[in-house]
Unconditional design. Structure first.
Length: 182
């Protein structure tokens, strides 16, 4: 009888700790209006670095540390990737960023998903949306979103790791204007 009681007590403690981490992630993520960060992005083995600003909902501005002056911008409806020699325009809804930049949708998903431990320091939430597999990673101690991994319909794996995270900064809204084609 003591063993059964101990097992039930142990499982309820683990369940409550797990729920409190998830609850803290949800609370912290709910309170974010915008976030800026440095990133490292790995797309099928090609690594790029830079910094980004996300303003919810669905706006992002990223400047890559490349000689070609690569910039990625979303105004909430469209996405542009521009370099010195190229210009790509996409409807945002056709990209995995449409989901990643939709904080309210992510919060609903997280509330209904089971969290998974990803090592000792990270919590992972995994789901499929519009034929894109999406993994979100949160830090167990700070409850910050620290990265995501997507697998698109072409089976391209993209992993983005966030660092130097700053929340709710004063922003120049002009940065979310789509750059013009050269």
């Amino acid at each position: 009888m003591k063993k059964l009681f101990f097992i039930i007590f142990y499982l309820s403690v683990i369940s409550n700790v797990s729920a409190s981490v998830k609850g803290n992630i949800i609370k912290k993520f709910t309170d974010i209006k915008n976030v800026s960060f440095d990133f490292e992005q790995n797309i099928n083995g090609k690594i790029e670095n830079g910094n980004c600003i996300i303003e919810y909902p669905k706006k992002i501005y990223c400047r890559y540390d490349l000689n070609n002056q690569k910039v990625l911008v979303s105004n909430g409806k469209s996405l542009v990737i521009k370099t010195l020699s190229s210009y790509y325009f996409y409807p945002l809804e056709k990209t995995p960023l449409d989901t990643i930049l939709n904080k309210d949708y992510l919060l609903k998903k997280i509330k209904n998903l089971d969290q998974r431990n990803a090592g000792n320091d990270f919590i992972n939430f995994n789901f499929v949306e519009n034929e894109n597999e999406i993994n979100l990673f949160f830090d167990k101690k700070t409850y910050n979103l620290i990265g995501w991994q997507t697998v698109d319909i072409y089976q391209n794996v993209s992993i983005t790791y966030l660092s130097s995270i700053k929340r709710n900064q004063k922003l120049d809204k002009e940065i979310f204007k789509l750059p013009q084609q050269n």
